[in-house]
Design a protein around this ligand. Structure first.
Ligand SMILES: Nc1ncnc2c1ncn2[C@@H]1O[C@H](COP(=O)(O)OP(=O)(O)O)[C@@H](O)[C@H]1O
Ligand SMILES: [Mg+2]
Length: 445
């Protein structure tokens, strides 16, 4: 069986940390060993010097016999591992070491085995009278073995903990990445509503899951839009196309002289269908969000001025009056051509769906930190309960059916607003009809 957690990044990281930790335990152990070894040896040499001083004091005070006495008493002390030698010329006077070549200062003698090295101090009490006091290093070696053992346990425990920790961390990581994979697979299998579970801990995996979920939401919205458009095309092209067909059929049975008129009607019907097609596809394209790449920093005041120039004459020609009032407003980020398209739709509506003599007003102002554009008129307006429906694709009020249009002007405007992150809506309680678009201000960089 392949153990999966061994192959995760989390486990790899914990293994590296465990390695670094183990290495530092080793280095620390070595340092402790060197330091304690030196300290132990220093201490033993101090003890030995003290012993030599005692023997010397005995000799200085009461002569050779006292020095011998001191050595023998020291040897008789219970549980000691000390070594002594009192030697005159080539004769041992007292002690438990064989006669040796006198050496003064710190002396190290080989013991019975490597761990039984004898460390001590040698000195001449008087010319020709040599004394040595030392002790077995095996205690030092035993203490050091203890330290090494403790370090080894520590080392093993740390390694075990690191492996356990690594396995635990990787397992939870794996569990969550598996959940992501499961959600993705469910979506691939057609469950478009499946989402990656979010724990609410705001950690990196949570944020990743959140972002993927947002992406999935976006994709779902796009697919829903696409479905909607396909539906709209299927349903709403049927009427004009069947009218076209009826017209053509009727023309076939009619006298040949009327064919030209029938063909004209058919052509204009076809144009209408093509225009409807183009409008629907345009909405789909805007909702797809592809045009956001063309966004630039934009001041709305000149755009409004441009709209007034563009529509002033048309409005007057239709017996309307068009005015504009621009106050200070923050710059936005957007696609100028699309914003012009949106405002054109709103102004065209105000011209088409209101009686002669109506005044149309374009206004720009600041609403908190947003730029507010309002297109209003003092015409008959729309009853409150219908406001929600106006933005539905292909929705037209009964009263406006005789006016030109396909009921796509406001849905296009809404798609453009959404592309800009702007809120669009009918202003409630306006005298006449007013639509306001609130654009977020461009972020200053
Ligand atoms: N300024 C207005 N005054 C009155 N009614 C309006 C106004 N603007 C829009 N409407 C209503 O909203 C409906 C939807 O508008 P729109 O989506 O532009 O479609 P269209 O203009 O093609 O009918 C219109 O059919 C009309 O009934
Ligand atoms: Mg319209």
């Amino acid at each position: 069986m392949r153990i999966r957690f061994l192959h995760t990044e989390a486990f790899r990281l914990s293994a590296i940390y465990a390695g670094v930790f183990a290495l530092s335990v080793l280095v620390l152990g070595a340092i402790v060993l060197v330091i304690t070894d030196r300290a132990f040896r220093d201490q033993m040499l101090q003890f030995s010097s003290a012993d030599i001083a005692t023997i010397q004091a005995g000799y200085d005070g009461e002569g050779l016999d006292e020095a011998r006495e001191v050595v023998e008493q020291s040897l008789a002390a219970p549980g000691t591992s000390d070594y002594f030698l009192l030697q005159q010329g080539k004769t041992r006077l007292a002690g438990n070491l064989p006669v040796m070549t006198p050496q003064t200062g710190p002396v190290s003698l080989p013991g019975s085995s490597p761990s039984h090295e004898v460390l001590g101090v040698g000195a001449f009490l008087a010319p020709g009278l040599y004394a040595f006091a030392g002790s077995d290093l095996y205690r030092v070696h035993k203490a050091q073995a203890h330290i090494v053992q403790t370090m080894a346990w520590l080392f093993a425990a740390a390694l075990l903990l690191a492996i356990l920790g690594g396995a635990l961390v990787s397992r939870s990581f794996l569990r969550r990445s598996d959940a992501m994979a499961r959600a993705c697979r469910a979506i691939m299998d057609g469950d478009l509503k499946a989402r990656i579970p979010v724990r609410g801990t705001q950690d990196e995996l949570d944020r990743l899951a959140g972002t993927i979920n947002e992406m999935l939401d976006r994709i779902a919205t796009l697919m829903e839009n696409l479905r909607q458009i396909t539906n709209d095309i299927a349903h709403d092209l049927r009427t004009p196309v069947s009218h076209l067909r009826q017209g053509l059929e009727r023309a076939r049975t009619d006298a040949v002289e009327t064919h030209s008129a029938a063909l004209d009607a058919a052509i204009s019907k076809t144009d209408e269908i093509l225009a409807l097609f183009a409008a629907l596809l345009r909405i789909a394209q805007i909702e797809g969000g592809a045009r956001r790449a063309a966004f630039t920093a934009l001041n709305l005041a000149p755009v409004l001025e441009h709209m007034r120039e563009m529509f002033g004459a048309v409005a007057e020609g239709a017996g309307h009056h068009l005015t504009s009032a621009a106050r200070d407003a923050p710059a936005i980020r957007g696609d100028r051509a699309l914003i012009i398209q949106m405002l054109s739709n709103l102004i065209e509506n105000a011209i088409l769906h209101t009686p002669e003599g109506t005044t149309i007003t374009l206004a720009l102002s600041q609403d908190q930190d947003r730029a507010a554009v309002t297109v209003s008129d003092d015409g008959p307006g729309v009853p409150r309960e219908e406001h929600g429906k106006l933005f539905q694709r292909l929705y037209r009020r009964e009263a406006s059916r005789t006016n030109p249009g396909y009921g796509l002007g406001l849905s296009t405007a809404q798609a453009i607003a959404e592309l800009h992150g702007a809120d669009i809506g009918v202003v409630p309680g306006a005298a006449g009809f007013a639509i306001r678009v609130l654009f977020p201000a461009a972020r200053k960089s």
